[in-house]
Design a protein. Structure first.
Length: 233
C-alpha cells in the first residue's frame, strides 16, 4: 500500500515537473514572440552624419504596394495623380526645411533621394514629414475614387490588420527608411547613375530619359518641368 502511494506521489511529482517544463517553454516562446513583435515595430535606426555630407535615402511602400505604378487613378484627367502628389510634397518640403535636393527617383513601390540636409540631423524629421503628408494625400485620393477597381485594390493592399494599430486602418509607407552616407564625388555619381537607371532595370522604360519621375532629365536634358535639382557649390 505504501509502495502504491509512493508510486502515485512520484507520478504526481513527474506530472508537475512536466507541467512546469511546458509552462516555462511556453513562457520562453511568448517572450521570443514579444521580442520579434517589438523588432517589427522598432523606429528607424539612426546614423550620425557629418555637416554638409550628402545622404542617400531609400523608403518603400507598405507591403510593397505599387501605388505609383501606372496612370489608373480615375481617367485621363487624373493621370499620374499620386506621382504628382509625391513630387509636390517633396518640393514644398525642400523650400520649408532648406535641404538641397541633388537627385531622386520615384518607382512604383519605393523611392530614392540624394539630399544635403541642413542641419545634418534634420533628415529624420524631413522623412517623417514627407511620409506623413504624402500618405494623407494618397489616402484621400484613393478613398474618393475607391469605386475605381484599381483604387479599391490599392486600399485593400495597404489596409492594416485590426490587431496592428487600433487607431489606423491603412498604412502607406513602411516605418523604416534607409540612410547611406555619400562621402565622395565618385559615390555621388554612382548613386545618381543607380537612380537614373533603376526604371530601365525594372523594365518600366527602355531608356532613362523616358522616365519622367527622376532627376535624369534635369541633368541630361536641362528639363526642370517636374523637379528642379539644386547644384552643389
Amino acid at each position: 500500500m505504501l509502495r502504491a502511494k509512493g508510486r502515485g506521489l512520484k507520478g504526481q511529482v513527474r506530472a508537475t515537473l512536466r507541467l512546469k517544463s511546458k509552462t516555462a517553454a511556453g513562457a520562453e516562446r511568448s517572450s521570443a514572440l514579444r521580442r520579434v513583435t517589438l523588432s517589427l515595430h522598432m523606429p528607424t535606426f539612426k546614423r550620425h552624419f557629418g555637416p554638409g555630407q550628402l545622404q542617400f535615402l531609400t523608403s518603400s511602400t507598405y507591403r510593397r504596394a505599387r501605388l505609383f505604378e501606372t496612370d489608373r487613378m480615375a481617367g485621363a484627367e487624373r493621370n499620374s495623380a499620386l506621382r504628382w502628389t509625391f513630387v509636390e510634397v517633396l518640393g514644398r518640403l525642400r523650400t520649408q526645411m532648406g535641404f538641397l535636393l541633388i537627385g531622386w527617383v520615384l518607382m512604383p513601390d519605393h523611392f530614392h533621394l540624394l539630399i544635403k540636409p541642413e542641419p545634418a540631423e534634420s533628415t529624420s524629421r524631413m522623412m517623417q514629414e514627407l511620409k506623413k503628408r504624402t500618405a494623407q494625400s494618397i489616402l484621400s485620393a484613393l478613398s474618393e475614387n475607391q469605386h475605381v477597381p484599381w483604387c479599391g485594390k490599392m486600399l485593400a493592399r495597404i489596409r492594416l490588420p485590426p490587431t496592428v494599430h487600433a487607431d489606423s486602418q491603412f498604412r502607406v509607407w513602411q516605418r523604416r527608411y534607409y540612410p547611406f552616407g555619400v562621402y565622395s564625388e565618385k559615390k555621388r555619381l554612382e548613386k545618381l547613375n543607380y537612380m537614373h537607371h533603376n526604371p530601365v532595370k525594372q523594365g518600366l522604360v527602355s531608356s532613362p530619359d523616358e522616365w519622367l519621375w527622376s532627376s535624369f532629365r534635369f541633368y541630361y536634358l536641362n528639363d526642370s518641368s517636374v523637379l528642379r535639382m539644386d547644384r552643389l557649390a
